[in-house]
Design a protein around this ligand. Sequence first.
Ligand SMILES: C[S@@+](CC[C@H](N)C(=O)[O-])C[C@H]1O[C@@H](n2cnc3c(N)ncnc32)[C@H](O)[C@@H]1O
Length: 385
Amino acid sequence: MSNIELVAPCNFAVEAILSREIKSLGYEISKVEDGRVSFVADEKGICRSNLWLRTAERILVKIGEFEALSFDELFEKTKRLEWYRWIPKDAEFPVAKASSIKSKLFSTSDIQAIVKKAVVESLKTKYKQQWFEETGERYPIHVFLNRDKAALYLDTSGLSLHKRGYRELSNAAPIKETLAAAMVLLTPWKADRALIDPFCGSGTIPIEAAMIGLNIAPGHERSFVSGNWKWIGGKLWNEAKEEAASMVRHDAVLNVQGYDIDESALKVARINAKMAGLEDKLHFQKRDVKELSSKDRYGFIVTNPPYGERISDMKSVERLYKDMGKVFSNLETWSFYIITSHEEFERFFGRRADKKRKLYNGMMKTDLYQFFGPKPNVNRHDPLI
Ligand SMILES: C[S@@+](CC[C@H](N)C(=O)[O-])C[C@H]1O[C@@H](n2cnc3c(N)ncnc32)[C@H](O)[C@@H]1O
């Protein structure tokens, strides 16, 4: 199969970054919607996109899409789809996920039950058998209803792609790996430039930056539910993994630091970096942001400071943003990328951002405040350094 329709769900407001990632893997985008990007690929593309896409939450194969105003309609139209092309006789095929937005059919447990029944009926006809043991590989089905339009998918990822496999442990408020990667991908940072996260917590931003800088595929350490699917085949998975291994830039010298005031968070960061195989590439150190300095003339701060979501924390967070404004002003040739949900961040930081970009941290609306430093050795205000 060469024209498989794939859909990659992502965090809201990350669609453009994910589209860029998909295009640079060599695939054609067919549609961009809120929180999802559709593209066309072959079987190997399923392996490559699972391994490489840093900002996608999972990779789904689109099986069909139709209007469904009643359970009868959902059943009949689901049954009509060619499930046998994707799901083998011995497969386990749970309807693992269902959601419904602004649709007549809204009970997700009923939607799941009807879709399961319809897929069973469809496979019965094709395989000429009445009962499915479901003892083989797992083929999770996802169904989404949006304004009465049902879309049916097979999930090729299994565990969500933000689970890279390196974060066994986390501190109190870790940023999702996919969002941390998106923040780094929104900067023009390259491996040979300095990057500091002064509020690194469990180290997610430095670890994601290191993987980007060294061109390490984010999925290289984990497995995928489609890893043993027959119609993809072990050969393609092996080829994609070998390709990923061959593309690591082992020779790149990184200058990525993570600081935090909390020693226990740093301990977690070091363990996570080790799990990611990056312990020799990253440097974590206990430091209050007030003590921040750097010998590097140019560089990037990419960070996720505390937001002060509880009213009781608000005053101290606002003081912290003031302190940040003061110390960051000593790094006048650096660029800063700061994510927070605090709507008056700029007032406390003491400087207006050159650019503000909406990003969602889970369900929380946040902004990425971007302050661009000059291009190295060029006295110009240009983000494209
Ligand atoms: C929102 S968390 C960062 C989470 C991190 N991005 C992760 O993925 O784990 C904010 C971090 O700021 C640290 N912090 C708070 N005040 C600080 C200060 N004055 N200087 C340095 N770090 C501070 C906290 O210890 C906490 O780990």
